[in-house]
Write a protein that binds this ligand. Sequence first.
Ligand code: ZN
Length: 413
Amino acid sequence: MITADLIVGNLAELVTCEPSLGEGPLGLIANGALAAADGRVVWVGPQSRLASEVTLTLGGRRLDGRGAVAVPGFVDSHTHLVFAGSREREYAMRAAGATYQQIAAAGGGILATVAATRAASVDELVNLGLPRLRAALAHGTTTLEVKSGYCLNPAGEVKMLEAIRRLDELQAVDLHANFCGAHEVPPEYKGRTDAYVDVVVKEMLPAVATARLARYVDVFCEEGVFSIEQSRRILEMGARHGLRAKFHADEFVTLGGAELAAEIGALSADHLLKARPEGVARMKEAGVTAALLPGTAFFLGLPYAPARTFLATGVRLALASDFNPGSSMGLNLQLVMTMAVSQMKLSPEEALLGVTLHAAHAMGLEADVGSLAPGKLCDVALTDGPNWRYLSYFYGVNHVRAVLKRGRLVTER
Ligand SMILES: [Zn+2]
């Protein structure tokens, strides 16, 4: 007998995302049930075996799933969730045909967010972040990566990372910080990118690492921003400080970001719209996850990444929101799944794995989250039926009716 302090029964479907635990690539268990102890999954199986295999401890909780479809809590492996200001006017200008230069001249673009975020206090950033995280949780996201990168100076980047740490403590979604001091060249270093890279490497990285403020290091590796050589320097120095690389690669130009990710053994390379398939094949060999962000293409009205070409290499594909005020103001991963299926031709199975197990790999957290295997955190999204396919099929609505985080009911409607 297995002892549990939480039992969730009467599930129309339990989607474990572990093929060995059920049917098909998603490890689906029809009429399933789940048991947990101390916030971790201890048993999954059919409802019919629950009573004979699991006992509830005294004071344990029994939750009636009422025919819900249970999936692993979603993992969002690429967000810029902490920022001040907003750019809804720029969004309208873009739709009306304004160019990047016109938007910048009107005070828009990333530097508008940098100015607003530099001016904000930690408290202000926390207060702005909380409702966004409530929305993410309500849509089933239980683990989320958050980047710095909107202050672009040592004190400001530390301030952003402190806000992320506070946000992690204040609410249920587990946050993992990515130091992205090399998100853009700040205006005061215009034309002196190498001098700014010096600041990132010699001042920011040691400060961030000493205070243990981040788990990852990121760089916007792109033509006109940070070159391959500058990116390698930042990411390698990050590794020396114990930070794993997860970075923006080959979004607008084929620069060789995919190859760099393979070379340095990054956790993930993200965007990849212009990545060479050979580079993605090298990523596959090196075990690097490809994180695609269809919300950005959707929001900007641009072409999508060639996901099927990448999948043909065998690479592991994650999907993330890229939540940010300029190019993807959305954090609903159910909708991201729909975009992946309709626009990038992923199968619904590939899309669901993209926001669960594969996203966990993109964050190096596959031992703890991303699937409902015994030993992993009991992070579960209970969704309205009739089956898991509705998550991407019936789009634009929130299917999540309740969320368990570490075995605790944290949201319910
Ligand atoms: Zn990004």
